[in-house]
Design a protein around this ligand. Structure first.
Ligand code: DLL
Length: 425
């Protein structure tokens, strides 16, 4: 499947698209109404371009049909649900048939095999096992490909490290921010050299190439970016190969579009919102689902030879994009700059506020590395100025840097909160 000709892949996609649209139209009242309103029915889907005639689906549509309104199969065929909590209102619920669980496990196994995980590996999954899809989703993938699953879940960092050491864990999956914290703690305890890790699979939140280098150097591993969302099974939607140059999106299971803020297709190579159509999901097919994630497609072929196109590392969320004094700022740009400055540690928090005369103020709290403290106040203010200037040249907007001691910004085992927007808009 990974090496088939593009034309063969497109034939398969069209077959699967027709099937998905037919099932959505016939079994999900929401889609039936949406398509009727646009005067379209499944018989009019005869090419992949016809996708653009279909309505898009938003996260709000899942909420409005809470909990099971978008299911295309009767409840007795659904063998599992997951849910993700948003910042407002009810969580969004997703469902899986037995076949969906198999498809998802296969996709995860495909990802792990791609980065060189084998049956001999001992694979620690240090994320929440619950409604979050990163727990059971990754777990089933590990079992599917035959490595040894270590379902350590979240919390108790010291114990996580003890298990890692005692079991001789070779592959780690968690969020990149938790991985950085694990590395920091292992270093502080002087056990990092005793670990046998060789591969890290990190995802569920944006991270940068600098964070990757940091993780690769401190753990002595190869670190890969993993992307997914509950609405499209969960993790396993797109994953880096050993080239580490973009994430292969599995086009035999998902149709990819990159749309601008008006909902029009972006030019090739232009960044926009990733919009996905599921091609194999049974319990909850989603048509033109607006992920809110900003990226672009790398159109050139990958050296690994896989046919699936690659997505550039995620730039941020369409709704996370900060507009500060009219300028678009992505937290990932800030992270890139901060991590390129040797004295700065791995943790930061961006605070946007609107104070005097209604002007936006961007302040960034950053942690210093222990060794960066010289004891001289003058050195600190020089560093502060250097960071502010570097950020200004990249973001085109002034920010205020607050230097903090290591450990000042709260650590979390789940997704970290990098932006606090205090503006009352
Ligand atoms: O985070 C699924 C997942 C679990 C992916 C484990 C990877 C590893 P949700 O909780 O539904 O699902 O959140 C999905 O997280 O729309 C992105 O905004 C963000 N996200 C996920 N992976 C990445 C990544 C899981 N590699 C939302 N880079 C998505 C940037 C990511 N953002």
């Amino acid at each position: 499947m990974e090496l088939m000709e593009r034309s063969e892949l497109e034939e398969l996609q069209l077959r699967r698209l027709k099937d998905t649209v037919g099932r959505a139209y016939n079994s999900v009242p929401f889609y039936h109404q949406q398509m009727k309103a646009l005067g379209i029915d499944p018989s009019q889907i005869n090419s992949l371009q016809d996708l653009q005639r279909l309505p898009t689906t938003r996260k709000a549509d899942l909420r409005e049909n809470y909990p099971f309104g978008l299911f295309a199969t009767p409840p007795d065929e659904v063998v599992r649900v997951h849910a993700s909590s948003g910042t407002t209102g009810k969580p969004t619920v997703v469902g899986y048939t037995r076949k969906d669980i198999e498809t998802w496990s296969d996709l995860m196994a495909r990802d792990f095999v791609m980065v060189g995980v084998t049956k001999q590996d001992i694979f620690q999954n240090a994320v929440n096992y619950g409604f979050f899809t990163g727990g059971l989703g990754v777990h089933y993938g590990i079992e599917r490909m035959g490595a040894m699953a270590v379902p350590s879940g979240v919390g108790n960092t010291e114990r996580q490290l003890e298990i890692m050491m005692d079991f001789g864990v070779t592959v780690l999956h968690c969020t990149p921010s938790y991985a950085l914290y694990l590395a920091e703690t292992a270093q502080a305890k002087g056990i990092i050299d005793k670990l046998k890790l060789r591969i890290g699979c990190f995802g569920a939140e944006p991270w940068s190439d600098e964070a990757r280098s940091e993780l690769e150097t401190s753990f002595g591993i190869k670190a890969y970016d993993s992307y997914g969302l509950s609405e499209m099974f969960g993790p396993g939607v797109a994953f880096e190969c050993t080239e580490q140059d973009g994430l292969h999106i599995w086009e035999d299971h998902f149709l990819v579009e990159i749309l601008d803020s008006e909902g029009q297709p972006c030019a090739p190579g232009e960044a926009g919102e990733l919009v996905l159509t599921s091609l194999t999901k049974e319990a909850m097919p989603l048509i033109r689902y607006r992920t809110g994630d900003v990226t672009y497609v790398l159109e050139d072929g990958c050296n690994c030879g896989r046919v699936s196109r690659r997505l550039h590392r995620f730039l941020g969320r369409a709704d996370d994009m900060l507009v500060v004094r009219g300028i678009n700022v992505f937290p990932s740009q800030i992270e890139d700059v901060l991590l390129s400055i040797p004295e700065i540690g791995d943790y930061f928090q961006v605070i946007v506020d609107r104070k005097r005369h209604g002007l936006d103020e961007l302040s960034i709290q950053v942690e210093l590395k222990d060794e960066a403290f010289t004891g001289e106040l003058a050195d600190l203010s020089k560093l502060q100025k250097r960071v502010e200037d570097r950020l200004k040249s990249v973001l085109n907007v002034r920010s205020k840097i607050e230097l903090l001691e290591k450990g000042s910004i709260p650590r979390t085992a789940g997704k970290s909160k990098k932006v606090v927007d205090r503006r009352q808009i």
